[in-house]
Design a protein around this ligand. Structure first.
Ligand code: GRF
Length: 245
């Protein structure tokens, strides 16, 4: 079992139990957890961050509670001062820092990240507030296996200021989008969107707070869909469920 070998402090009871067959008594594990333990190896996720890392935390928690059949095998940042790194370290998750300024160009930087992801055995990559465009080096290493979360209902308001742009435009509804990543900014096929009413928001910051609550639901929801259902891509559309593959 791949997950049991990793020292994730905040899932320690979960890991040690899953190693010991005697510990798999019905009263010791929730049915969902038992199902994932016995039926499938856990998918390893590498998370890329640049800052606070609240979406990283929502993914890690969903793994720890077996909401999704996965484990976070590494958290990588392009900034040494990203606050999310401390949280990850404090929870026993491997971390790495690759300051982009140390590399000659974007491809060289992405190459180093791909190397570290491979070392961690990452099957999927989640961008969680990672403030860098990806080059073909990363995209080609993980074709249709990189996710991003954006704080607007794409294709509206891509870019750095999704919440502010939506607020200033005067939309009645905004939200967040989890999508597969391709070479264009905030562009790949959509996996999950969640909506938020703008009414009653005094400013863009208040709207951003409402959207963030939905982001923390949307990322685990998207991963769960992708990791537990058959799916296929036709054009820009992802089809889930029987007949999708
Ligand atoms: C989120 O709003 C996310 O949608 C955007 O950057 C922000 C990152 O926040 N891409 P956090 O670092 O996950 O807290």
């Amino acid at each position: 079992m791949v997950r049991a070998s990793r020292p994730h402090g905040f899932v320690s009871d979960f890991n040690t139990r899953s190693r010991d067959p005697k510990a798999l008594r019905p009263q010791a594990l929730k049915p969902l957890r038992l199902r994932y333990d016995l039926a499938m190896a856990l998918t390893k996720i590498g998370i890329l961050i640049s800052g606070r890392g609240s979406n990283m935390q929502s993914i890690a928690r969903a793994c720890a509670t077996a909401e999704i059949p996965a484990e976070v095998s590494v958290v990588i940042s392009n900034r040494a001062d990203a606050a999310g790194l401390e949280w990850a370290r404090g929870h026993g998750i491997d971390t790495a820092v690759f300051p982009h300024k140390d590399f000659e160009n974007r491809k060289a930087h992405d190459g180093a990240i791909v190397g570290r992801l491979a070392e961690a055995g990452a099957d999927w990559v989640c961008l969680a507030g990672y403030m860098r465009l990806l080059s073909s080096v990363l995209i080609d290493a993980y074709p249709n296996r990189i996710l991003n979360i954006h704080p607007s209902l794409l294709p509206s308001f891509p870019g750095l200021h999704g919440q502010r742009d939506a607020f200033e435009y005067g939309v009645a509804v905004s939200g967040c989008t989890v999508h597969l990543v391709d070479l264009e900014l905030d562009h790949g096929p959509i996996v999950v969107q969640r909506t938020v009413a703008v009414e009653g928001c005094a400013d863009a910051e208040e709207l951003a707070g409402r959207i963030l609550v939905e982001e923390h639901r949307a990322y685990p929801e998207a991963l769960k869909k992708l990791l537990t259902k058959p799916w296929s891509i036709g054009g820009r559309r992802i089809a889930f469920g029987c007949g999708a593959d």
